[in-house]
Design a protein around this ligand. Structure first.
Ligand SMILES: Nc1ncnc2c1ncn2[C@@H]1O[C@H](COP(=O)(O)OP(=O)(O)O)[C@@H](O)[C@H]1O
Ligand SMILES: [Mg+2]
Length: 311
């Protein structure tokens, strides 16, 4: 049985269809990635799973039971790491953990033991006695994760926990997520960083405009695009006529323009370069550079949405 089952779920805020009819499931013991650009509906989706928001329509099951009917079941095993940091800046790291531990019902020796374990997990042992407002962004994030782990949750949801932090804290957090999975927890991880889902996630949903547009492993998603390669042309200015010409080439499946780059998804076989060079020459476009990329999650996203997935 799937740990979580999401069936036909929508969340509308007035005219805004933040989540627009999605089906998803979470398997026990996996790191599941929810990948999408800002505004895709990721936070809204996980807030509904965490019972912080009610769906406008649809059902969410936890262990086969509706969480709308019985929210306690999922709340008891859930650790939720919100996108916004939820800490008291004037308290120390330890005091924050104590405060939240008590909120979770931990007391005395058990609380002390958990705080000591958690501070090792998040790598903040040395700084636990310092006020949170002296922490770096990455340290705050790690403490925020520690807070969510105090009560040993079996299911952890993290909402873009690595946005705007230093690379070291980032890789520390990614390692922590892997350890949690290896110890038997289930993790649902949202991000707009493709590299993170590629290196971290056992399975991935790609979300855009409130809809799930693809699902699979990194490998199955990249196999999905029926092309041997993606050619990137780097140009000074993008001529719309050139784009039309390229789209009409019979070996070209898809053309996406991003800033000064033109991405061509091309079919296998054949020497395409002459036709591409002719098209460039015809439109008088100066080629500044060209490279060839094997299909990756990034090119899958380009292919599906016609847009890049960057900040
Ligand atoms: N409480 C709200 N009221 C109105 N609109 C909202 C609210 N929360 C989110 N939205 C809108 O819903 C869409 C999806 O938002 P969100 O779930 O935060 O996306 P993501 O987490 O992928 O960036 C956005 O257009 C956002 O502005
Ligand atoms: Mg969000």
């Amino acid at each position: 049985m799937n740990l979580v089952e999401i069936q036909g779920v929508k969340k509308h805020f007035g005219e805004i269809h933040a989540v627009d009819g999605i089906d998803m499931h979470v398997k026990k013991g996996e790191i599941l990635g929810l990948l999408g650009p800002n505004g895709a509906g990721k936070s809204t989706t996980i807030s509904m799973i965490a019972t912080l928001l009610e769906p406008t329509e649809g059902t969410i099951l936890f262990m086969g039971e509706s969480i709308q009917a019985d929210p306690k079941q999922i709340q008891n095993v859930l650790g939720f790491v919100p996108q916004e940091i939820a800490l008291y800046p004037t308290l120390t790291g330890k005091e924050n953990l104590q405060f939240w531990g008590r909120v979770y019902g931990l007391r005395g020796g058990e609380l002390r033991e958990r705080i000591s374990e958690i501070s090792k997990v998040i790598g903040l042992e040395e700084r636990l006695k310092d006020r949170v407002d002296t922490y770096s962004g990455g340290m705050k994030r790690r403490l925020n994760i520690g807070v969510a782990l105090l009560h040993k949750p079996a299911f952890i949801i993290m909402d873009e926990p690595t946005v705007g932090i230093d690379p070291q804290s980032r890789s520390f957090i990614l390692d922590t997520v892997r350890e949690l999975r290896d110890q038997g927890s289930t993790v649902l991880y949202t991000t707009h960083y493709i590299e993170e889902v590629e290196s971290l996630c056992d399975r991935i949903y790609i979300m855009d405009h409130g809809k799930i547009i693809a699902e699979g492993t990194k490998e199955s998603l990249t196999e999905m695009i029926d092309a041997s390669e993606v050619i990137r042309l780097s140009v000074e200015t993008v001529d719309p006529m050139l784009i039309t010409t390229l789209q009409e080439l019979k070996f070209v499946e898809n053309v996406v323009v991003e800033a000064n780059s033109i991405f061509l998804t091309v079919k296998e076989n054949g020497n395409h370069y002459q036709s591409i060079m002719n098209a460039l020459k015809e439109s008088g476009t100066q080629l500044k550079g060209m490279d060839i990329q094997k299909p990756s999650l990034e090119t899958v996203f380009l292919y599906l949405t016609g847009r890049g997935l960057r900040d």
